[in-house]
Write a protein that binds this ligand. Structure first.
Ligand code: GYE
Length: 331
């Protein structure tokens, strides 16, 4: 009996050692796919939209999943803060730097500094101007194609409801952050398609900075001057569309009927608005980029080839398929 108890105690001790070892392994341990734990500096632009929050959450969750030590910095929409954060990451000698550029210009010098320090860089969700040799890879959407999709969807829908040949079809546009690739490319894509339909006239276009509050404010101004003649609103993201919907209702017109609204992202708030009949369509832009970012980081650091552009997958939703897709949406 004594022997059996002694054996049990020894076994329990051994088991607890194994467990302790296991725990230590997961809190310290190594990064998935690597022989050591790596450090990633991430410069995020802020928290302007539902999309951005989903993106940030995805990055943080994936870093945990891969066992990567993530140093996360929020730039509050200012490029200056991003440059500072990236410089700090260089000083800290992080293994890899990922960043979402708030605007597309002004990155050459800092990316050269990263290169000189031997730190690879991953550009996330918004592109930058200049040669693609400035960074290791870009992970994100084909934003210009999203713009084309939005305009194609609109043309088809307007024809379907018999309003496509109205002359003019008065269009207003709420742009994203001035100088951001997300805004310039969506606008370029929309305009490329609308140019083929001369009866579609963009009568007002202004930035609403990707936020609900500014989307509402700017839409109020549009309505004040042209309230009764606006046929269509393009909003560069769902948050601005949701702000604009409020403005339109307060003005006394019906969003989704009197004014046809197309936006981008396909976040939960857009699904609610589509199901309520107030938003007509949302072109998906996938914010769940975390896993692709961590995967690319490991590949780069283990000298495996990565593409210069890793595209994210996305679809498009409107009032005909929104309710069916809603339960499976993750953001
Ligand atoms: O559409 C918007 C966000 O850069 C694609 O930024 C992203 C955009 C997204 O704030 O909601």
């Amino acid at each position: 009996m004594k022997k059996a108890i002694a054996l049990l105690v020894v076994l329990l001790m051994a088991a607890s050692l194994v467990f302790a070892g296991g725990r230590q392994q997961s809190s310290e341990g190594v990064t998935r796919g690597m022989g050591r734990k790596i450090v990633m500096g991430y410069s995020q632009i802020g928290a302007e939209s539902e999309w951005r929050t989903a993106c940030t959450n995805s990055v943080k969750a994936a870093a945990e999943d891969w066992n990567i030590d993530l140093r996360f910095s929020d730039a509050q929409q200012m490029q200056q803060n991003q440059l500072q954060a990236i410089r700090a990451f260089i000083q800290q000698k992080v293994d890899v730097i990922a960043f979402t550029p708030v605007v597309s210009t002004g990155w050459e010098a800092i990316l050269q500094e990263c290169k000189d320090a031997g730190i690879p860089t991953i550009c996330v969700d918004r592109t930058i101007d200049g040669p693609n040799t400035l960074y290791n890879t870009y992970i994100g959407s084909d934003i210009k194609e999203e713009g084309r999709k939005a305009a194609r969807w609109l043309i088809e829908y307007m024809n379907k409801i018999g309003r496509g040949s109205k002359n003019p079809v008065n269009v207003v546009e709420l742009q994203g952050t001035v100088g951001s690739a997300a805004a310039t490319d969506r606008q370029a894509g929309i305009m490329e398609i609308l140019a083929k339909y001369p009866n579609y006239k963009v009568i007002k276009t202004q930035t609403g900075n990707f936020t609900r509050a500014e989307g509402k404010q700017v839409m109020e101004a549009f309505l004040k001057s042209d309230g009764n003649i606006i046929d269509v609103l393009f909003a560069h993201n769902d948050d601005m569309a949701i702000g604009a919907i409020q403005a339109i209702e307060e003005y006394g017109r019906k969003p989704g009927e009197d004014i046809i609204i197309v936006s981008f992202d396909a976040v939960k708030g857009a699904f609610d608005a589509m199901i309520a009949g107030k938003l007509n369509a949302s072109i998906e832009c996938n914010p769940l980029l975390g896993p692709q970012i961590m995967d690319a980081a490991v590949k780069i650091l283990t000298n495996q080839p990565v593409e210069k552009w890793i595209p994210s997958e996305e679809g498009q939703y409107d009032q005909s398929n929104a309710a069916a897709a809603y339960p499976t949406r993750q953001y």
